[in-house]
Design a protein around this ligand. Structure first.
Ligand SMILES: [Zn+2]
Length: 228
């Protein structure tokens, strides 16, 4: 069973953006007027649609305008009645709203999944382009602090980490939590982590025990020899 409230909201948003028999479609200039660009800053700027027929079945519909982004001009966020956010990414091509490059979700229809295809979540981190087994193995290495130098993307808004396989172009990824495409390129620190130091210390203690046992053995041997 689909969520009819959500489906109606998507229909409404599509009518607003593309126009219908009564209204022309929303242009970039219209959107700028709604969000208050440029008076309210460089963006991203948000506008919440007022309650109106078609939006009764959702909590909110928000437009996020990205005046500086060369690819994504508008992100539509529809928050359904369970609080789940459905994001759609659109680019203004001068005439109409079109899908941006990079395969970001842009179809104005209700779909049940909200996490982009192929993205797996483990312990709060997201993994793109990995099989579940690979993602789990990588998550384990992160936990143990064995990923020094490994690259990932960080969302500056909600600190979400996105790890991506070499087959994925990081430019195509957006934050699965808030939808931003302005992700920071990061790498795990090369400096030893606490876990690494702990493992090192443990190895040294083992070595020390082993040496002491050897010394004790030698001592016993020498005592025996000298006592003869
Ligand atoms: Zn985010």
């Amino acid at each position: 069973m689909g969520d009819t409230g959500l489906e109606r909201a998507f229909e409404k948003v599509r009518a607003i953006l593309e126009g219908d028999v009564e209204h022309p479609g929303l242009t970039r200039q219209d959107l700028e007027r709604l969000v208050g660009y440029p008076e309210r800053g460089e963006g991203p700027l948000a506008y919440t649609l007022p309650p109106q027929p078609g939006l009764e079945g959702v909590r909110a519909v928000r437009f996020f305008y990205y005046p500086r982004d060369p690819e994504v001009t508008l992100i539509v966020e529809i928050e359904d009645k369970n609080g789940k956010r459905h994001l759609r990414h659109l680019k203004w091509n001068g005439l109409a709203w079109v899908p941006p490059r990079g395969g970001l979700k842009s179809d104005l229809t209700a779909t049940r999944e909200t996490v982009p295809v192929g993205l797996k979540e483990i312990r709060g981190d997201f993994y793109a382009g990995f099989t579940l087994e690979e993602a789990q193995a990588l998550a384990e290495r992160i936990r143990k602090g064995e990923t020094a130098g490994e690259k990932y993307l960080l969302c500056p808004t909600d600190r979400t980490r996105i790890l991506y396989s070499p087959s994925i172009s990081p430019a195509t990824l957006s934050c699965p939590r808030c939808g931003t495409t302005a992700l920071l390129h990061k790498a795990f620190p090369i400096a030893p982590t606490t876990n690494y130091l702990e493992a090192k210390l443990e190895a040294l203690l083992e070595e020390q025990t082993r040496l002491r046992q050897q010394l004790e053995g030698l001592e016993r041997y020498l005592k025996r020899k000298l006592g003869e």
